[in-house]
Every structure is written in structure tokens, then in C-alpha cells.
Write a protein of this length. Structure first.
Lengths: 243, 243, 243, 243, 243, 243
């Protein structure tokens, strides 16, 4: 089974980290293809970055369909382009925020999200409504770590995020942490050990959930709004998306 | 890995069917232990049946904890006793309605539930609110098949349920079907083929999700209300539940 | 008129206290039958305790139906087994959390719940959603008094709860207190005097509401999901619940 | 105990009917004072009628406070002026829509409202949100009976309303009827007998609930927004409301 | 085009201030008629004041209809009598809370309301639900300035309100301020300059929105519940409202 | 004042029609710049088309900022890229679905949306939640007219849409129509005349609302998540979006 994990930003060190995390949990027969698009921002920290990252995501889905990909994971906590990607894809497409939040709701009656910059918090808050998870999410917290700071070895992002998690668990009276950035995937095991509560990384749960759906034979519904896009011309730089 | 799949009613033919469905999708190293409690109703068709089935479920979780069970699936569409079971369990506990509804929300922007008796519909409707899935669930439909009719070979429950599904997809403008009874697990593949939309059976998706969580190392949060029950005496028939 | 007030835990001193509170407000012709089940925990402090207490509650409803009971009150703030009980009962069945929350919404535009352990708070929070009272409930507060501490004369639970109430009224900008445990019923009048706001005890309001419904001739609907349970066999310890 | 039942329209035959219904269920020591204001419309069938009826209601509360009234019932299904009345009143003030809807939610998991003109339906729908009852109310139905037609002996409003109820129970898959007009109070017993489900009349349940609150010693909260109106001048026709 | 701006309290200095603010933003051809009713309270600070102010508002709408008014603005932050006014009016009727909240939701993903007395906060909170704005409103704050204090030159209400706004922006993590009283309209420009975020005054946005609707030819729907009031007698002081 | 109206599809006949509609209602001093991006699909009929159209929208906002644009209107009923556009823009950015839905909620207590293909309905349904308008929107109806059919003179889209509107008003018990496609802007006046209810076209109301905000001096909040995008490199085709 082939699962394509799309890091929608173009920072390859992060893509590698995400791919490694995915491979760590993947089943024996699962082939993890971790990619970054050829277009897009070096990090995603707002509505604008996110909206533009969708082009690259859809490029990757488009090529994925001819590569025999069985399922896709969108590895950015804003889950950009999720429904658009589902129109293109035959198999399941899972966002990491979606996967993490749903999973958290099974492990605790309330969870907290700890993410990067405070300005990204609203994106996670909106997603809690989009996914029906608002009732379970007791707070969204910015740790004021920029996304690319997570890639700096000398920067002690672990300590800052740990503190944010501790604060969140107490302030929110919550029982689990959802980690709000794909770039934090390597910190989760350590955070979970130190905090003593489930710390949920969307990358790993999305990969496993994707595996599960493929194993069962479940695909994206092609009845209704997730049917393949209606064929039509696109012009300019985007011409490749039409036909 | 050991996953205990608890059919909370005491009809063993149904337990066997559920166990078979679970084993069909389980990964190589997964041991499926499909059980019915020693106490309880022959079928679960209402609030009363469901409430009483919780005793047997908790018995199975209690013994499961000393049997090295890694995760539990509660295989009745009302997900009886879910939070109580999570207090007892170390590993994850997943309800099949929960698993099916969450999964459906990834495969279509709207799903319909098709269940057994009309009087059970309200239980599914309540669960859509409990799980935050109300926005995705566009309708809950009773097919007027009694649970134990599903065990009767000569009874053409397949045809009746197929018709209910067809009606639901059109009336609800939905893109996927959630099958609202563990006893219908054997009908799903055929329904999916004939309907051409995802038909989601909670048993299989719950088993795979449980496998996924165990693989990642995620367990039930023991901070807060899902911590182990506070030790205290129980009296009468229930004395075994105290200490 | 006969009203059966069921304390679902088996601590008889609490049952007596609840019975006394009920009798204090009951009308002249009302016969209050305050009982504890023969099965169950000594106190209810979580999902597990609550789920198991339902067996005893249903026993009491079952026998109640042959004793000519007109209405039932479930005197535990989690309202365990409410819908199951309603299937069995001919007359109304009222939970004390339900009665207290609905009543509070008539006396103030916002109320606070003050309950026992913090781990029980989520149960009250869930009930605010179940009953549509989330908009009125501005906060749920654990006072960290264990249920059975309320039975200890030397333990100054009054002072602790008073402080919790004071904090709640200010922090929540609320106008009334809902007392979140049947075991606190004897403290309410004193709290109300000292706080100068309505302090609502579910036991007394449930009893009076039950009286009211009986007086008017209103009973539990037997159309739909609250119709009598479908007759079927139960096995094991629970065989008495089938037929 | 004195309960003032305010029919906010000025049709005295309706006031008499409402008073009679109230007295029928009132306890021995309860004095029912059924009144219509000196100002206002002959019937209330829309936002405009309702808004203007509040003047008369507040007049009745104002005088009630000097008459030793213990509790008030506002006997119009739109519950006009409820919060304003609560500022003025020391004791509880209950609206009949509020009382009926809350009560219905105890007797069935879903109810239907059957009211007079279709244009009034939105008022009931808004109230289901105001009171948190939207989840229980499965439909609001206009029977196209004008309010004053209910006062015409020769007009067969009973038959029309019965048909509306029958339709509502089936179409909504509901288990109880809330009668959406104080002028239908005399039809309820007959409807309940014929329909075989609880038919809830707000007048009677509000009166009994008011009695209950007074018996327990619960009053309107005077902390916060329901405190007595801030003294200030009013001018013109309304000068009597200031001081 | 004629827009009638109704200050529902009878304090003419406030009416003048509101009229001036309206004229400042009105287009060249727009005639602003700023009025206070002949009846009503000197300020509106609670449910009671608000409910009674509706009489004067409806008087002004009634006369407005014979004066060729094209649209109305109700210039009190509680938006009293909005739906009743819409039944009477042919053109649009806009409340200032409504206009301000909707507008704020276009300029920021979250806003805070800063109003006068704390007891008025609940009115704004209720309106956020009425208008669907609860998701955007991250907090409602009382500044403890009484409405008429805003008319006292020597009283430094500006400073107090500025502090409330500053606190709200931080505590609520919001991006805009909605000013919760028509009497603060003259403070908004200065607040906006000093705070560096949009400060939205309902008076000006309501006037401009009203102009916009008239320019486009949009009027209040006369299909359904906002159709003209059903003609009927009113008695007493209110007789002028019937026919 | 300069308002840029962005038709996010690249069909210029539609852009012209939208520009004409905007100019028809614009005030004397308003300069309407109606544009289509250089990139993108010929029509927008699904999540995929919509997601990709955002690139062109952001191009237009980017250039608009150096052209002295005061406000922007996004003239596609899915309001693509709204929050991303707001990060870039100094002035207000308004979506036509947003403008139309908010406006409809002022003119009727319930509205219906009539749009093009049935597969687009879910997009409008999601927006009713995004904007808090779900409570006002009583139904979303696909008329099965493709977007580009609206540009075909010989195709009788008017008749088909009129029928959809008629059906919607009755089935939904609504009082106004929101037209769910910018390409229908030229049909609205005729529909409104024939239907006798407000028919709201997002293009015109968005333009007027934009004018209003500019006139008052209200701009997009730059505190929080709508602050200018954090400067960072973009690679590939999208490099122009970074710096």
C-alpha cells in the first residue's frame, strides 16, 4: 500500500522529519512517500500561507493519482485544501489536524491544542468547528515558537512547548494534548513521557488511519460534492489543473 | 497485540459474525478476542437494553485488564458504557458508532445512518451530538428490521436494508452510509458494491483504529475523569465491581 | 400520590437525608418513598460508578411499577439511567440534575454548578448539553469534597462549598447556584441565606415537579423510544430484567 | 399562596378559560388571580402584538408586587416580557411556552409544537433556541386557527388542531405535543385522550411549577441582570413605570 | 432618501449626538431624522427599560410610515422591538447591535463588546446568539459607566472605556471592538486611533447599511411573520396601535 | 473611492455582467474596478475549482494594494480565499455570500439560498455555519443550472431559477431568497418583482457594504491573524507571493 504524505511547505528538513515519523509507525507493507510540492511557502503560519499551499497539494494529489497512491495525508495542522484534494483523489485523504482531533476525542473527554504562533490559533479553533470537535477542545494555545524555529537544533523549542502543554492541561482541565504543527512530530514521544497524558501527533495517527481505511476498502465518496472535478479549462499558470 | 471485541448482547451467532468481520481486517500480529458477556439481553434495542448491557461490558473490561488486552471495541451501535469502560481500561476503548461516524466524516461531507428499529434512531441521533457529528449526519433511518432478524438466514434483511440505504442517500443528499448495527457487519461489502458509495461498518473501522492507536502507543488518558475508578465498596450482585 | 425517590448509591444515611428533604417540601397527600437499591456503590463519583448504579435504579423502577408508584426521582446529580428508567415507568421519571438545571434557568439568566470532586465536573458539563442548558450554565466547579465526606459530621464541607459557591458567582458572573450532589441537600437553605441568591437543590425541585406532573395527569410518552422495553430474554445475573 | 396568571391579551373570555384551567390543577391553598391588562390587543399573533402586550404585563407585575403575589405566570405562548417581568418581580415568573417545553423534554425525547397561525411559528422556533429546547423540538406546526376563533363555540377548532397534532407526531417522529396557545388549554385533556401521547398545556404546568418554586422558597435571583430596575424617570404615557 | 434614527430613550442630548454621528457619515442625498419617542425612559439599562422603550419605537415607526421614511435605525444597543418594528415598516429596520456585530465579523475573526453597566452584558450576549454572532464575539465587557454618565462632560468616561477596550483585546485575543452603547458614538474615532484596531459604532454602520439597502431596492420581507400586523383592536393607552 | 470587484473565474462576460451590476448601485464617487485574474478556471463549481481560484484572487489583492484600492469584493458565492485576502488587504474585503446572507438576516427571519448545481449546495451550507447564519438559512437549493449556462442567451435559466425560488419559499417557509451565484446578478430584479419577496444578490450588497465601511473609515483589523502575512520565501510558480 502506498501512502503519500504531503508536507505542504517546501522546507525539506521538515518533510524528512515527517516522513521518518510516518515510517516509524507504518505497517510492514506500507510504502510512505513523503513529499514537498515544487511550489509554495517555506512555512505555513496563517490563512495566506495556507491558501497558497493548496496549489502544491493539489499538484501532488494529481500526480499521485497516476502513481497508484492508495491514500494521502496532508501534513500541515491547518489541513489546507482538504475537500479540494478529496475531489481529486480516489482513495482517502486525511488532514493531520482532523486525525489528531478525532483521535484525541477517543482518549480523553477534553483535549488542548498546543501550536506555534498565537496568530495560528484561530485556524485551529475554526477547525474544531469544521470537524465537530469544538466540544472536546477546551483550549488552543500558541507557544510563540515559529515553525522554522522547530528546525533549529540550538533553539530549545522542546522546553517552550512542554511549558505550554503544562499550562494548557491545568488551565483547560483537559486530559490530552493535540500537537498543532507537523514540525513537532519528533517531540511527541518525549512530551508524552514527561507529561503523563496522551500527546497526539496528527502525522502518525493520520498515517495509521489512512492504512486502516485502505485495508478495509474504504475510499472517498464519489457521490455528490466529492465527485471528480467537473472538467473545464483553466488558464495561465494553473492551466495544468484543467482539461 | 490483543484486541477484545465485546458484543454486549449474548447472542453468540452475532458474536461469531462480529469476530469474523474483525479478523478479516485485522493485521497479521493482531489477536482478536470476540466475546459476549455472561450477563445481559439477547439483543439491544433501546435505552433499557443498552443500560443493562453495560454490566457485562464492564465485566469484560475488568477481566480484560488482567488478560493483557491492548485495546477494546464495544460492538453495539449505541456504544453503551463507553466512558465507564475507559475509566477501567488502560488502553483505548472504541465504540463502533463512534468509529463509524468519525470515519464517515472523512469520506463524505454528509452521511446517513441506517439502523434497525425506528425506536433506536434516537440513540444514534443522540450520539451524533455526543461525538460532534451532528453536522455531518444528514439523517438517521430505521429499516424496521429487528436485531435478531438479522440472524435469520431466511429473512431477507439485505434487501430491506438496501432499500433503506437507497432512500437515505437520496432523501438526505448524503454521500456515505453508516451501518447502524453490529449485526449488519456481514452485509456491508455487498451493500457498498451495489450502492457505489462508502458503506461504513463500525466493527471493522473500530478494530483498525484500535490497532492504529496501540501501534502508536496511545492509551486512554488517566488524567481527569477517565482515571481509574476511585476504589470503594459495591454491595449485592455488583460487589465484584468494588474493592 | 406516591413518589419514589431513588438514591442510587447504597449509603443509607444519605438516603435518609434525601428522604427528609423530599418530605419537607412534599404536599399533604404525597407519600415519599426514599430508597437505596440492594446493589451498587457506596457513592457515585465518576462514569463507572454511575453506569453500574443503573442496575439498582432499574430494579427500583421495576418493583415500583407493581407498587403503584406515580412518579420517580433519581437522586444522583449525574441522572444515571434516566431514559432507560423512562422506558420502564408509566409515570414521569425526573433526574435531579435535570430538575435543578431547568429550574435555575427560570430564576436567573445564568447559573453555576458547584459539585463534589473535580473529576465529576465533566458529567455535569455533559448534562448541560444533554438538557439544552449549556447556554445557561456559566461554569461547573468541583469543590474537592468527596461524596462520603458530606456524611461526616466533623468535616466542614459547608464552609468549603460556601467558598466554592462564592467563587463561582463572581468568576462566572452568574445569578444562581445549582448544587451538584444529592448529598448536599441539607446545606442548601443555609447556603441560600448566606449567599443571597437562589441555591437550587435538585432533590426538592424534582419532587415538586413530579408532584406537579402527576397532579396534571402527565405521564411518560409511550409513543416511540420510551415505550416499554421490547420483551426478550436476559441471561445471568440480569435474568430478572427479561421476560 | 397567591399566583397571578396574566393573560396578556384583553379578551376576557380567554382569561376566564385560562383561570379555570389554572384553578383546576391548583393545590388547596393556592389562590389563582387570573387577569387581563387594561391595555393591549385582543389577541397576540405576531411580534408586534407581543411587543405591545408587554406594557400590560408589566403593569400587572407592578401592581402584583403590592398585592403580595408569590409568583406569576405569563399566559401567552410567546412568553412576552419574561425577563423584564423578572426584574420587577420578587417571586418567580414563568412563561407558558417555557414551562411547556421544559416539561415536554422530561416526558419524551422529542416533542412537536402545534400552534395557531403559521406566522406565529417562528416565535415558537425562536423560543426553542432561547430556552435550549431546540434539540427536543422536532417541529413547529401552524394549524391556521386564529386565536379568537378558539373562542367561537361553533368553530370546530378541536378537529383542526387534532389533525395538526396527528400530522406532527408522524412527520416529526415525536412523542409528545406542546400546545402553542393559552386559548387551547381547554382542549388538552381531550386531545391527550384521543392521541394517546402527552399533550402539554403551558398554563397548567406553569401554574404547578410556580407553586412548586414558592413551596420550596425559590425566588427570582436579584444578583445581576434580574435585579430590580434601576430607578429613573419615564416620560409620557409610561411615566408610571419610572420613579 | 429619508432615514429615521430612533433613539429609544428620551434623553435629547443623546439623540442629538446620535443624529450628528449619523449625519457625519450619511451620503449627500440622505436626510437623517433623529428622534426620541414621546414616551419612555431616560436611559435603557436592562430588560425592563428595554421592553418599555418598544412602545415609543413603534410609535415612531407608525408615524414614519406616513412620513415617507425609507429605512429605520434603532439606536439602542439592545435592539429593542426589532421584529415588531419590521412588521410595521415597509423599508428596512436595522438595530445598531446587529449592524455593529455583523460588521465586526467582516473586519476581524473575533471581536469584543464593551458596554456600559455589567448588568447589560447579558443583553449583548443574548444578541450574539440571536444574530448568529456568538462564534465571533469573544467577550462582552461592562465598563461600569452608566448610560447618562456618558452625557456628563466632566465625567471621564473616555478613559474608563479605553481601559475596558484594552483589557478586552488582550483577555479575549480579539481583533476589533464593538461599542455597546449608542451614547458612546462620539468616542469611537478617538478610541480607534488610540487602540489601532477597528472600533465599530453601531449607529454609523447601521445608517450606512440602511442607505445601502434602500439604494439597492431591498425592503423588509412581507411574506410570513414580518407581514403587516393583523388588524385588530387594542384597548386602553395602546388603542392607537390597533385598528 | 476605489472598489475592486474580483470575479475569481476567468470568464470575462461574467466579469462584465458583475461590473455592470456593481456600477448600477455604486455611489457617485465610487470607481468600480471589475476584474478576472490571469489564472484560474472558467467557472467555479466545487471545492477544487474554488481552492485553485484563490491564487488569482490573491494576485488581484496584491496588485490592488499598490493601486490604492479602498475595498475589495470577492464575487463568487463560495467566498474563496476570504481570510487570506484579508491578511493582504488594508481595507475591507467582503465576500458576496457573506454579504448576501448577513443582509438577508435583516430582511426576513428565514431565507433560502438558490444556487447552481446541486454539488455546490454543501459549500453554501458550510458558509452558513462559518458566518453564523445557519439559524436563518432554512434551505439551500440546487437549480441544476451550470454556471456557464447562465452566460448562454438562448438557455432559459431565468425560468428554471424562478421555479427553484418558488419551491424554496414554500418548502422552507422562508421570506427571502439569497441568490447563490454571481452569474445570476442580472436576474435578481426580475425575480424580486415576480416573487414579491426580497431577492438578494451578493454582488450589489457587498459593493454597497464596502462603500459604507470605507465611508466610515473602517478597515480590516491588523491585530492578530489578519495582520499582514509574515514575510518569507515562496518557491516555484508562487515565488511572487513571498519576499
Amino acid at each position: 500500500m502506498k501512502i503519500k504524505v504531503i508536507n505542504p511547505n517546501v522546507t525539506l528538513s521538515m518533510t524528512d522529519k515527517i516522513g521518518a515519523a510516518a515510517r516509524m509507525v507504518a505497517a510492514a507493507g506500507t510504502d510512505i512517500i513523503a513529499v514537498s510540492p515544487r511550489n509554495g511557502p517555506v512555512s505555513i503560519e496563517g490563512h495566506y500561507d495556507e491558501a497558497l499551499s493548496v496549489v502544491g497539494i493539489l499538484d501532488e494529489i494529481r500526480t499521485g493519482e497516476s502513481e497508484g497512491i492508495d491514500a494521502y495525508v496532508i501534513a500541515c495542522f491547518g489541513d489546507p485544501g482538504l475537500l479540494a484534494a478529496r475531489e481529486l483523489a480516489t482513495g482517502p485523504v486525511i488532514g493531520i489536524a482532523e486525525a489528531a482531533m478525532h483521535t484525541a476525542s477517543l482518549l480523553a473527554t477534553g483535549f488542548s491544542v498546543v501550536t506555534t504562533l498565537e496568530r495560528s490559533c484561530i485556524i485551529a479553533e475554526h477547525l474544531t468547528h469544521t470537524y465537530g470537535m469544538a466540544k472536546f477542545c477546551r483550549g488552543v494555545h500558541g507557544s510563540n515558537v515559529a515553525v522554522l524555529d522547530l528546525e533549529e537544533a540550538e533553539y530549545d523549542s522542546y522546553r517552550i512547548i512542554l511549558d505550554s502543554c503544562r499550562h494548557a492541561l491545568t488551565a483547560d482541565r483537559s486530559g490530552a494534548i493535540v500537537i498543532g504543527c507537523a514540525g513537532m512530530t519528533d517531540l511527541c514521544a518525549r512530551l508524552q513521557d514527561e507529561l503523563g497524558v496522551p500527546v497526539i501527533d496528527g502525522v502518525t495517527v493520520a498515517v495509521k488511519w489512512a492504512e486502516a481505511l485502505v485495508a478495509i476498502g474504504l475510499k472517498t465518496s464519489k457521490k455528490g460534492d466529492l465527485a471528480p472535478p467537473i472538467p473545464k479549462p483553466f488558464i495561465g499558470d494553473l492551466a495544468r489543473f484543467g482539461h
